[in-house]
Unconditional design. Sequence first.
Length: 41
Amino acid sequence: MLTNPTLDQMQALGLAGMAAAWRELADATTPTSSAVTSGSA
């Protein structure tokens, strides 16, 4: 799994909530494999 340097820095600074929100937004904007195979975006 690839790591994001921004997430690592947020964790190091004690900003776990901000890192979790960043990760949640990234997951929401990344198409899933099922969306790609079904043809919907």
